[in-house]
Unconditional design. Structure first.
Length: 523
């Protein structure tokens, strides 16, 4: 059987790549030989028939080379060894403020909670005129813009364009050349500080850090390509680094200041870095946020060509109808302090961040292919660092993009790390805010964090929308998972309620955080 299995694998790989069998390198990923998601699922089905045993449709992602897959199958299905990076350090920091600017007129923590609680969906069409400059460039550009004209979660153009430059002491000429992501971040950060009850002028000159997740540079690419229009202010208006640095400058904040780009995990990685800095004493307060604006059709066109965007125009996480995601715009900023400092000063605590961590997929089945073993290892380590039993998890806000195979891969990792450890009859609730807001890319992690924190604060897990039936590739019963498809009360128990938040970048950088409910108000 082993030889028959080896021959079958080599034959399928050679046929897919159009090369002789002797040229197949068993240590190259299947993706290098041209395997698509559909090919991988078909091969897993053929292997299942040959071996007469159940195989996960994600088995080629779990064992992404012919040699590793063959070793797994001939070992009787034993799991591949997990990666073993060092466990993240534990230590509590408090989330004490939240500001946001999101589609649908959502401009405060209360408005965001109302949207989530009521099952709101802010996905719309592209605002009229948003991409007209590209459409007018040439007939070829116009045709490309038409292909990129997809549903998404868009801010109104007046929200993107409006900015009170005088309030921040910025000249109109400089404001006109600033990336709108810089402008919206300034406003939302100020509102987050107000929500936290921390006047911005009190932080001037202090060791307050700024950590911002962002990965879209539509403004910078457009302005730097327009050579005749470049001025002395163009570089600072276009640079990604200045997204965070401008905020530190405007408020005279002296702590670490950085824009983090790990694609879709950027803002949750930013939280990890901020938490580490707080615990190390590098800063005493941190503004942690994410921002994403879709100012050009280029990336939408690229993602549409790669097949990851939903033809139906909705993100349907973990659902049978999942067919991709929709892109989203917005900005969220949280104010984070060491828990002991927040309690000492009488801050209102929305949630406690107990532990965070990041890792990398390494050489998976392609640069953009997720690695379930890496995801599982990270979740295990962050929960272990939190000092919690996996059975203590009350909810996980998943990455949950609504892609047909991305969701099963994430579910298998969550089930292995947390779901199967639960008592019989108890399933781990999971969901994704992308069903409400679309995929905010660089700001996606902080959006998931905000949802989990608000759920802990209000004692209610909002519904994940568009989930009429579960994805048949996800064995929820076996994994010990359930998708929260209706608002679900989350009462207090003998132990603090705990939630996980996951965010994964398409280049392989994974992030996870464990949140606890706030301690009782002792004031």
């Amino acid at each position: 059987m082993n030889e028959e299995l080896r021959r079958m694998l080599l034959e399928r790989v050679a046929a897919r790549a159009g090369i002789p069998e002797e040229r197949v390198d068993p240590d190259l990923p299947f993706e290098a030989y041209g395997f698509t998601s559909r090919d991988a699922v078909a091969l897993s089905g053929d292997l299942q028939d040959l071996l007469d045993r159940d195989l996960s449709p994600t088995v080629l992602w779990e064992h992404p080379t012919p040699r590793r897959l063959l070793a797994h199958l001939t070992a009787g299905g034993a799991p591949a060894p997990d990666a073993a990076p060092g466990a993240p350090d534990a230590g509590d920091v408090a989330l004490v403020g939240l500001g946001c600017r999101l589609p649908g007129g959502v401009a405060s923590a209360d408005a965001l909670w109302a949207l989530l609680r009521d099952g709101g969906d802010v996905v719309t069409s592209v605002p009229d005129g948003r991409w007209d400059p590209y459409r007018q460039a040439s007939p070829g550009h116009a045709a490309a813009v038409d292909r990129a004209n997809r549903h998404g979660a868009y801010l109104a153009d007046e929200v993107v364009d409006a900015f009170d430059a005088d309030f921040f002491g910025i000249s109109p000429a400089e404001a006109a050349e600033m990336d709108p992501q810089q402008r919206i971040l300034l406003e939302v950060a100020w509102e987050a500080l107000e929500h936290a009850g921390l006047p911005a002028d009190r932080l001037a000159g202090t060791r307050t850090g700024v950590y911002v997740g962002a990965c879209g540079d539509d403004h910078g690419r457009a302005t730097l390509d327009d050579l005749p229009s470049i001025t002395a202010r163009t570089a600072t208006g276009a640079a990604m680094s200045v997204i965070a640095n401008r905020l530190s400058y405007a408020l005279d904040l002296r702590g670490p200041s950085m824009t983090v780009d790990t694609a879709c995990s950027s803002s949750l990685v930013a939280l990890h870095l901020a938490r580490r800095a707080l615990l190390a004493g590098e800063c005493d307060t941190a503004l942690v946020g994410g921002v994403n604006l879709l100012l050009s059709p280029a990336v939408t066109l690229n993602f549409g060509e790669s097949g990851v965007l939903s033809p139906g125009g909705r993100c349907k996480p973990f659902a049978a109808a999942a067919d991709g995601y929709v892109r989203g715009e917005g900005c969220l900023v949280t104010v984070v302090r060491r828990l002991e400092d927040a309690l000492r000063d009488g801050d209102r605590v929305l949630a406690v961040v107990r532990s965070t961590g990041t890792n990398q997929d390494g050489r998976s089945n392609g640069l953009m292919a997720p690695n379930p073993a890496a995801q599982e290892a990270l979740v295990r380590e962050v929960w272990a660092a939190a000092g919690l039993d996996p059975a203590d998890a009350g909810y996980v806000e998943a990455h949950g993009t609504g892609t047909p195979l991305g969701d099963p891969i994430e579910a298998s990792a969550l089930g292995a790390a947390l779901g199967r450890a639960r008592p019989a009859g108890s399933r781990l609730p999971v969901g994704s805010v992308k069903s409400n807001l679309g995929h905010l890319e660089g700001a996606a992690g902080i959006a998931g964090l905000a949802k989990a924190a608000l759920a802990l604060h209000h004692g209610l897990i909002p519904a994940t929308l568009h989930h009429a039936a579960p994805n048949p590739r996800i064995p929820l019963d076996d994994l010990g998972l359930t998708v929260v498809d209706r608002p679900t009360p989350w009462p207090r128990g003998d132990r603090p309620r705990a939630a996980g938040v996951s965010s994964f970048g398409f280049g392989g950088t994974n992030a996870h955080a464990v949140l606890l409910e706030a301690p009782p108000d002792r004031r």
